[in-house]
Design a protein around this ligand. Structure first.
Ligand SMILES: [Zn+2]
Length: 290
């Protein structure tokens, strides 16, 4: 092979062009799929949170009691659809890949646990007797989670946490879960959490609007399920001290954000870290083996 590295005068523009091309791609596409429109002026902040890469924010004092529990964030579990964008394809997990991931968890002695267990671990500072706990979370309330993920979770006897935003349920919204599907999953041992009423970027709302989203979605779920709903997840990971305080006041005991990390402490329960899963199996393995 007669391959020469291009001169810096050629190489540098190529590298810069590639970098900004990828940056602009990520600025303009959402992996969360079709849903409620965001006001145009919220998009910048929304993407900042959604793709935020922050180091673990656990102080040294807390580090002694922090527990390692990777939280995996799924959106759609479904076969790829012809014509979907590259980014959509990246965040849609096929049923085959999902089963491969569950088999990996089983074969490597990981135990999917509930949010309740995670809270208990942060209180005691240990996950004992569970060696390798992991939390599998599913956002938004897509029907494909019931169609494809739920049967596989049952097959592998594993549990998942489903964060549903409640306004579209039983309102004829295509591809969205129905109450009867949500109830069936809850009765089978899955945890149902709240993801607000309409999936807004909470930081952009007035205090009264945010309160309504956080409180009423909990009430809707509890009325339908007949049991307490204690887990909350902020849409797009958008949170603030005020939003965390509202979630606490509403009676939730945790809130999952989208800041990356696998360590959790008692002081982080209202901004739990997690990782978006991609359609690359090695990414999944790397998250678990951090
Ligand atoms: Zn969401």
């Amino acid at each position: 092979m007669n391959f020469k590295i291009p001169k810096p005068s050629i190489l540098i523009p190529i590298v810069l062009f590639s970098f900004f091309g990828i940056y602009f791609l990520f600025q303009n596409i959402t992996p969360e799929g079709p849903r409620v429109a965001l006001a145009a002026n919220t998009e910048t902040n929304y993407f900042e949170d959604f793709f935020r890469k922050e180091p673990e924010t656990i102080s040294l004092v807390e580090a002694s009691s922090a527990v390692k529990v990777p939280i995996i964030i799924y959106h759609s579990i479904r076969p790829h659809i012809p014509g979907e964008s590259a980014l959509q394809e990246r965040f849609d997990i096929t049923p085959e890949l999902f089963e491969q991931q569950l088999a990996y968890l089983r074969d490597n002695e990981y135990t999917p646990v509930s949010i309740d267990m995670l809270i208990a671990y942060t209180k005691t500072g240990t996950t004992t007797p569970v060696k390798k706990p992991v939390v599998l979370t599913f956002d938004d309330g897509w029907e494909n989670q019931y169609t494809y993920a739920f049967p596989l979770l049952k097959k592998y006897q594993m549990m998942g946490v489903f964060y549903v935003y409640t306004n579209p349920v039983d309102k004829g919204v295509i591809h969205f879960l129905s109450w009867s599907q949500i109830k069936e999953m809850s009765a089978a041992g899955m945890v149902i959490g709240s993801h607000t009423l309409t999936h807004p970027y909470l930081k952009e709302l007035s205090s009264a609007e945010a309160r309504k989203e956080i409180f009423e979605s909990k009430k809707n779920l509890e009325n339908e399920l007949g049991k307490p709903v204690l887990a909350f997840a902020q849409p797009f990971g958008g949170t603030s001290p005020e939003i965390e305080a509202l979630a606490k006041e509403a009676g939730y005991v945790t809130a999952r954000g989208t800041v990356e990390g696998v360590l959790h402490s008692r002081n982080d329960l209202f901004n739990l870290h997690g990782y978006f899963v991609s359609d690359n199996f090695n990414d999944f393995v790397n998250i678990l083996n951090q």
